[in-house]
Each structure stands twice: as C-alpha cells, then as structure tokens.
Design a protein around this ligand. Structure first.
Ligand code: RB5
Length: 142
C-alpha cells in the first residue's frame, strides 16, 4: 500500500514526528517542508490529486485542528477523509467508511495517540455489505 502524508504549517511538527516513527514504511512526504505558513486547501488538493491518480492508496493529512483540511479534502471526488480522534473512530473509519484519508490536528493531538490511531486503522478491514450501499450513495452525490 502506498501511503502519503501532507500538512500545513499547523501540522508540520506532527508530520515530522510521524515520518520519523514510520521511517520503515513506504511513506511519501508531500510537504510542507518547514514551518512557513501555507494554505491547507493547497495541501489537501495535492493529496486528493495523488489519490485520484492512484499513485497513493491512503493519505494522512494534518492541519492545526484537522478541521480545515478535512473540509477541503472532502470537496474532491472519490475522497473520504475522516478526522480521527480515538482508536474506536480509527477502526470504524476503516470498517464502515473505508476512509482513504486520515486527518489529524497538529495543535490538538499528541503524536503518541495519533500513532495508535493510525496503527488501529491499518489493522482494520472494510466490512462492505450495508456500508457499501452508503458509500455508493456518497459517490452518487458527487
Ligand atoms: C492555520 O493557522 C490553521 O488555521 C489551520 O492549520 C487549521 O487549523 C484550519 O482548520
């Protein structure tokens, strides 16, 4: 699975911590590459395009709260970006929503917690069935 990560300046430090922790994974860093202000819609667009072209299977997006970059990412066709704030939500975001972007808040979450959420998501499986009907309805709205 190809995983990519991107953040605005509010998520830069958390992104760097996650890149260090997951150094052994094939994790593509789409930026930003320093603390200078950048606009979260631009980072969300970069990730959405990488997923649309299938160069990336799973994205991790981070802004200050996770809210702005979630809103931005979910405007793109085919994107199911989930703001994750517990291990239960991480598991359900895979089992029920088959999320293709995990979103975190760099100023509101601790790296140790976020790592637990990502690991939980990666261990879960999409259940399909009644959930696929709902995902089909989401796709029909696009
Ligand atoms: C940037 O200051 C901040 O507004 C952004 O990272 C994010 O929290 C927006 O939702």
């Amino acid at each position: 699975m190809n995983i990519a990560i991107a953040a605005d300046h509010g998520g830069y430090e958390l992104k760097e911590a996650l890149c260090r922790h997951y150094a052994d994974l094939p994790l593509t860093d789409l930026g930003t590459y320093n603390c200078e202000p950048v606009d979260y819609p631009d980072m969300a667009q970069k990730m959405a395009r990488a997923i649309a072209t299938k160069t990336v299977d799973l994205g991790i997006l981070i802004c200050g709260t996770g809210v702005g970059i979630s809103i931005a990412a979910n405007r793109y066709k085919g994107i199911r970006a989930a703001l994750i704030y517990s291990q239960e939500v991480a598991r359900l975001a895979k089992e029920h929503n088959n999320a293709n972007i995990l979103v975190f808040g760099g100023r509101t979450m601790k790296a140790d917690d976020v790592i637990k959420y990502i690991d939980t998501f990666l261990q879960a499986s999409y259940e399909g069935g009644r959930h696929q009907r709902r995902l089909d309805k989401l796709e029909a709205m696009e």
